[in-house]
Design a protein around this ligand. Sequence first.
Ligand code: TZP
Ligand code: MG
Length: 212
Amino acid sequence: MNLDTSFPYQLYLVISEQDCRGKNFLHVAERAILGGVDVIQLREKNLTSDLYLAKAKQLKEITDKYIIPLIINDNLEVAQKVGADGIHVGNRDISPRGIREVWYSPRPLVGYSIENLEQLKNEQIPLSDYLGISPVFNTETKKDTITEWGLRGIVEIRQRTDKPLVAIGNIHIQNARRVIQAGADCLAVVSAICGSEDPEKAAYELKNEILK
Ligand code: TZP
Ligand code: MG
């Protein structure tokens, strides 16, 4: 458990239209919030900025309705134009420092994915609001990943930082509790909710595992 309250969220939905496999992604998002998701990231790949922005605007209507933060993956222009609450980036994207230099008001939430322990020493860490542990377990949803952290990796990161830790990668109801016990503060999922027949129930059950 961390002592940092800058990211007080526990169940994080990472969503794209494609990952919802024919279901309406806005409907999935809304049901997921009703089930207990408390922060949402829109993560669209291979879209023009105009199309990305259009989807972000639609999703923002829902996150605003329920007053939960909207985070945009890796597109500063879209994040700022839509008035998102924050942006999530990886090692190969614009850096947290680069974001802070151009976007300071209102202060955005900045998430930063960690792929190795060395990265914990770099200057981007203090500029991030939370760290993504990516991926905890290898996943079909994102195949270009580097490190499979495993539960041991979460423990090692937890020993080295007080930053809020968001675990992502093949997290499902069966392993959710163990990921929290290893030291994650928040669970981020795609398929456990987007791929479910009942996103509200899936979110509710995951939230219960976290709160147990
Ligand atoms: N970053 C690391 S793993 C991942 C992302 C976006 C995908 C996680 O998807 P799933 O379906 O929850 O394994
Ligand atoms: Mg990225």
